[in-house]
Design a binder for this molecule. Sequence first.
Ligand code: PLP
Length: 380
Amino acid sequence: LIYLDYNATAPVRPEALAATTKALTAVGNASSVHAAGRDAALAVDQARERVAALLACSPNELIFTSGATEANNLALRSAATPGQSLVISAVEHPAVTEAAVAVADAVGSTVHTIGVHRDGTLRLDELEEALATSPALVSIMAANNETGVLSDLDLVVKIAHEAGALVHSDATQLVGRLPIDLRRLQLDLLSMSGHKFGAPQGVGALFARRGTVPAIRPLAHGGGHERGRRPGTLNVPGIVGLGAAAEAAARCLDQEASRIRLLRDRFETAVMTALPGTRRNGHPDRRLPGVSSLTFDGLPADAMLAAMPAIAASEGSACAAGAMEPSRVLLAMGLSRDEAECAIRFSLGYATTADDIDSAIRHVIDAERRVHAALYPNTT
Ligand code: PLP
């Protein structure tokens, strides 16, 4: 199988596997005061430092969670204020859009959604307009999960802070793939998830800048773990895996990004040259190095994917209530339903090789020709 679905999840890095396995073979609750507990707590401290180093923040600004969904919920819940709005973009992951609606309902606030341009970049004019709704929080993703399009977070922070709003970013798809420096980028809150860059699934973190976020309101009630912000026994094996993946990713972030970008560009150039009916979705440059969202004109994504079983990629649609719904993200960018239904997301990552890409190119071209011949037998 040629795995090109890193935006769904990445294979566990060897360093993370070793760290998690070691933690699983040890015993110790990080809250216990005996030696075994202290060892677990030390392992968690080291992981916290490693994640903090990847983000360039302070270790005590991190709260470990079960992943980005929980981190997003925690961020939105903590920032929501009665009578003030939550501003999000139309292309956020459901872990932000759904959380925003629920949180707004709970506190008596409203959600204001801003659009994107055809290339997936944010409509900054709409962001400016949204400030009239007196936002408590502006939440804009760092990189889109379907197209990889990057947000200009510096500008978002500047605009939102001038209006007195806090800024959160769901950086799940960016962290571990491109550098981020929270000393420079003045986000107040940031969500991340380990499994997108080689940690085990089910572990992530929320960054909450010291001194700027009024109070973290825990989602559950229980013990005083994570300084009272996230109760429950710490997932030590997952957390140390996250730390190891963060350290491994940080070691060669720039080189990896360049290598992956070259492979992605080689893939796109070969496929788009051989198949002129193929269109790329999203800004050509301002996107993650490993993502290629392609629309194969007139060829539904499910038929294409069925014709290339050797490739693991995703369609640009989601199964909602048993019916296939075209991607909200692509529709928000102005694609028609038909175009959105013909989109496939290929996403590369740290373990993708040149051989993977060369065979993927052959499989995609071959699948396109076969699906085209089956659906349009009378054309050449
Ligand atoms: N946000 C974005 C942009 C994502 O791509 C994902 C993963 O699909 C999530 C949030 C949810 O992350 P997790 O699986 O860690 O809850």
